[in-house]
Design a protein around this ligand. Structure first.
Ligand code: B12
Length: 467
């Protein structure tokens, strides 16, 4: 109980198990929203982010290096590979703080009445399992609920293996509030007006704030066959631009935050009613910030005006969702973009002031049935358009239109074992696009080549966060 007699909740961002992970402006935004909502309801809220060194004031820790914009390495330790990944010739790691340090931290937190654990990539679930086991061991007999992306995309799997008392898939809504209200013995906890009414996410729970992640819209009006957005959000809702500007101003003025990463699936769609007023507000208020779009922007929406405003408002990390220059694949995967659209967008961005090398274009590698030649052609196309190709390996996601094809052609049992959905495995590799092909392409992109002879890339390491 806190001073106002209300119960308290511990919110947990779990460890990650993977071959590689990097803090590309990676924060548990959903969990921080829940913290904000519960705090506004008067509940005591404590927060455990197993990944974030600054949350653990421990002299024994050597801090991993971070860049000025906040992105950087995570604390990591080697762990044994899960049996099913035994054949993969790469080291496996737990990303996040060492277990002993996390346990000591948990013991110092006032005993909560309920624990809410979030989850992110489906193939990170074993980190969720380990975190829940640790919580049970250190502070036993407290109900643990699991939600988030893995819980939403693989609910039965999560119910079976996570160790949580309850799995609550899907976006935050009145039903989840009611269930949580029952545990907190608060029947008044039932009014939930949805995304547009939520308070700002509780980023202030972090002792240091090198950057803040921001969501201006929930959902996406497109339905690309490789993407799970439609399973993760109900519909497509946009915040009032004034509210978004207010949030940017809040973090900037009250917390000195300069770097912001947009988590939107469709930030630029219908620009005149959304991104343009937001950027006008940023410029008008003289907010001197750096904006990053690690999650791809929609190419079709980048006309001259949008490009100019992105540049003038301080967008530093531009990533475009192009995926492929092969027109058949473009139309089969959702038709969100054409080759002409890409050329136009790059031209507009360059006219606005960006160097070609600053315009990263995501290309999807390892789509089911894709041949290596398609990716080679796409790389050449992007370079010819004057931008920088960035390869992202395809991650097959349950419940997406492409999952069935991926499942049929993959050498891995994608359905039964989410660990195989890891993009690092190149899960749909085949003789037409082998592991060696992919390594060769990746290497070729690291080598300086015309038309960008020796431009140093600020984002080389770990880049490739596009979806
Ligand atoms: C931002 C983002 C990233 C960020 C990092 C995000 C993070 N914190 O991990 C970056 C840019 C780094 C990234 C990278 C990648 N991503 Co990404 N990313 C996203 C994105 C766009 C938004 C996630 C988000 O924060 N949403 C906003 C918050 C508010 O939502 P939320 O966390 O789901 O929380 C809500 C609910 O789940 C719930 N909730 C959350 N926690 C809890 C807990 C409880 C107890 C309860 C009750 C409820 C609850 O309430 C919240 C409010 O409704 C999603 C797409 C999407 N629409 O979700 C893809 C997505 C998660 N990414 C995906 C992919 C494919 C990738 C990449 C593999 C892309 C690539 N090929 O390189 C890489 C992987 C990086 C790696 N190291 O492995 C896939 C998932 C893949 C998978 N198998 O799981 C998604 C779903 C996109 C897609 N294509 O469909 N990504």
């Amino acid at each position: 109980m806190n001073s106002s007699g209300k119960k308290s909740v511990l919110l947990v961002n779990p460890w990650i198990h993977d071959f590689a992970a990097y803090d590309l402006w990676m924060k548990p935004l959903g969990l921080l929203y829940l913290a904000g909502i519960l705090r506004a309801g008067g509940y005591g809220v404590s927060f455990l982010d197993c990944l974030e060194v600054s949350c653990f004031p421990d002299a024994r820790l050597r801090k991993p290096t971070k860049k000025e914009s906040g992105q950087g390495h995570l604390y990591k330790e080697m762990i044994p590979k899960p049996r099913v990944l035994g054949e993969i010739p790469r080291r496996y790691r737990r990303y996040g703080l060492p277990s002993e340090i996390v346990k000591e931290f948990v013991l110092r937190i006032p005993r909560p009445d309920l624990i809410l654990v979030t989850s992110s990539m489906t193939y990170w679930y074993s980190g969720v399992v380990e975190t829940i086991q640790m919580l049970r061991e250190v502070i036993p007999r407290i109900p643990i609920f699991l939600g988030g992306i893995y819980a939403t995309l693989c609910p039965e799997h999560a119910q079976r293996v996570s160790g949580a008392d309850r799995v609550l898939p899907g976006p935050w809504d009145g039903e989840k509030l009611r269930i949580i209200g029952e545990i907190l013995e608060d029947p008044s906890l039932k009014e939930e007006k949805g995304f547009l009414s939520w308070p700002f996410p509780a980023f202030d729970l972090y002792p240091r704030l090198p950057y803040v992640c921001i969501l201006t819209r929930s959902g996406c009006p497109f339905s690309c066959t490789y993407c799970a957005s439609h399973r993760l959000a109900k519909g497509f809702e946009s915040r009032d631009p004034k509210d978004v500007i207010g949030e940017l101003e809040h973090w900037h003025k009250n917390f000195g935050v300069k770097d912001f990463a947009f988590y939107d699936d469709a930030l630029l769609v219908r620009p005149t009613e959304h991104i343009l007023p937001i950027l006008r507000g940023v410029i008008g208020k003289g907010l001197s910030c750096r904006f990053h779009a690690p999650n791809a922007l929609h190419v079709k929406c980048i006309d001259r005006e949008v490009a100019d405003f992105l540049y003038r408002a301080g967008f530093k990390t531009i990533r475009l969702g192009f995926e492929t220059s092969e027109e058949t694949t473009q139309s089969q995967t959702g038709g969100k973009v054409s080759n002409q659209d890409l050329r136009g967008a790059v031209e507009n961005l360059i006219k606005a002031g960006y160097a070609g090398q600053e315009i990263g274009v995501y290309l999807m590698a390892g789509l089911p049935g894709q041949r290596v030649e398609e990716v080679e052609d796409s790389i050449a196309f992007v370079k010819d358009a004057g931008a920088r190709p960035i390869l992202v390996e395809y991650s097959p996601i349950p419940g997406t239109a492409l999952f069935d094809k991926a499942r049929r052609m993959s050498q891995f049992d994608l359905e039964r074992e989410p660990l195989f959905q890891n993009n690092s495995l190149l899960p749909c590799r085949w003789e037409g696009f082998t592991w060696e092909d992919f390594q060769r392409l990746k290497k070729s992109l690291k080598e300086p080549s015309l038309p960008f002879p020796s431009f140093p890339s600020p984002f080389k390491k770990g880049d490739g966060g596009g979806d």
